[in-house]
Design a protein. Structure first.
Lengths: 166, 279
């Protein structure tokens, strides 16, 4: 059973890896510039129209490098919807479905040993003191979090909250 | 402002129907009774400002305990510690850094995350497996921290008729704090309820900013939403998420409008190298 699970995990890892390496397709959600570099003030190479298909090559922060019939360059990530125009579960959804232990049918694959979480289960749930104490035992102090951030070269910086756009 | 006014009037209405003792979780009511103040006034004051922080934490703790009753923690201490380190660092950037924040990954293949009042936050294993780096995790946790700091669930509890004053809950043997359990309804159903759509959009904006303040790439949360957008709407593992949240495309388009080019000058880390991958 155990080796079975490890084998399964390795297989899934491979599947996900190959999915990540294959060029992903996307669709422009709105008209936007394709730029020479991933910066707002970089030179415009071409302009995408809403609905244009692109191949996504890589990601850099809020930018995606794309290739389209109109040209190759960088587009704002939020101007692109990843994947083909949705028709049921695409190949990616199928893969992810498998990865989450479900085979697309909504049925839990028995071997994973863990299951979903639906409304009824949440409603019927009863208090688990032992798990809660365990959860609380992992708490981290602010000072420890700071140390952890420093190790990861994370530097806190001021940034104002965003107003609602509408 | 308009929603605030609506909320106030809702609270006003619910005053008429609440049992005076229902919200008396702390000692405040008793102390004020000693001063011979009309208890109705005490309750009115409390309802307007909401439960105090210790009550908020007691409510969240009860919800967290119930949620863990439905899905226990993933038994991986390193994972749990890691999620608390990232979560605490993100929460430290908020205006409530001193809440007793707790983060956990729970054993469920569903793709979802939950926040309970007072700083109890959970991510399912199904969602964790979708994350590609620490910035993704920071964005997801930031969204949940956003719910807590704006007290979205607490307000939902106050507004709704979830308060179960019937004998049903009392007659059962329930763990934790019985009084608090009466307030939150049955089990952990509160986390399965939908918040106002605007509360979700607000939490998205807060999540992006908190992750940015913590030094991460701002686009972690949007990236995760794009991933989740791949799921078919009838896929079982996202059923509850899609039922209780606006669809990923709507959230992304709202975020696009709010973020615009504001993040062009802030480069952040994705800290992908040290991202803890579950076996």
């Amino acid at each position: 059973m155990r080796t079975n699970r490890i084998g399964m995990a390795a297989l899934l890892g491979l599947l996900l890896q190959s999915a990540a390496m294959a060029a992903e397709s996307g669709t422009a959600l709105k008209a936007d510039a394709i730029r020479a570099e991933p910066f707002g003030d970089a030179k415009t190479v071409a302009t995408l129209a809403a609905g244009d298909k692109v191949d996504i090559l890589k990601k850099d922060g809020g930018w995606l490098q794309v290739k389209s019939v109109k040209g190759k360059g960088w587009v704002r990530m939020l101007s692109i919807r990843k994947g083909d125009t949705r028709k049921g579960a695409g190949a990616a959804a199928g893969l992810l479905g498998l990865a989450s232990g479900r085979a697309g049918t909504g049925k839990v694959v028995a071997t994973t040993g863990i299951r979903g979480l639906n409304e009824e289960e949440l409603k019927a749930a009863s208090f688990n003191e032992k798990e809660l104490k365990l959860d609380e035992s992992y708490a981290v102090s602010k000072a420890d979090a700071q140390k952890f951030a420093k190790q990861g070269k994370l530097v806190a910086r001021p940034f104002g909250y965003l107003p609602d756009a509408q | 402002m308009k929603t605030m006014m609506q909320w106030m009037s809702l609270v006003g209405l619910s005053l008429l129907t609440f049992d005076a003792a229902a919200l008396d979780l702390g000692g405040l009511g008793d102390k004020l009774k000693e001063l011979q103040v009309n208890p109705k006034l005490v309750e009115a004051a409390k309802e307007l400002k909401g439960p105090d922080e210790s009550e908020e934490i007691a409510i969240g703790r009860q919800i967290a305990g119930n949620l863990l009753g439905a899905a226990p923690l993933v038994k991986d201490a390193k994972l749990q510690k890691y999620v608390n380190q990232v979560g605490m660092w993100v929460a430290s950037q908020s205006e409530r850094p001193d809440l007793p924040w707790h983060f956990g990954v729970i054993q469920s293949n569903d793709v979802n995350a939950f926040a309970a009042p007072g700083g109890y936050i959970f991510v399912t294993l199904g969602l964790y497996r979708l994350l590609q780096n620490e910035a993704d995790l920071a964005g997801v946790l930031g969204h949940e921290v956003g719910h807590v700091i704006r007290k979205h669930h607490l307000k939902l509890l106050q507004q709704s008729k979830l308060v179960d004053l019937g004998g049903k809950a009392l007659s059962q043997q329930i763990g934790g704090n019985d009084k608090v359990q009466q307030l939150i309804g049955s089990g952990a159903e509160i986390v399965a309820r939908s918040l106002d759509k605007d509360a979700e959009f607000e939490a998205d904006r807060l999540g992006v900013v908190l992750a940015t303040r913590a030094g991460y790439d701002a686009y972690g949360l949007p990236g995760v939403l794009q991933q989740i957008g791949h799921f078919a709407k009838d896929e079982g593992s996202v059923a509850l998420l899609f039922k209780t949240h606006p669809l990923p495309d709507d959230r992304l388009s709202k975020l696009d409008g709010a973020m615009g080019d504001r993040f062009d000058k802030v480069k952040g880390q994705d800290a992908g190298k040290r991202f803890y991958r579950v076996k």
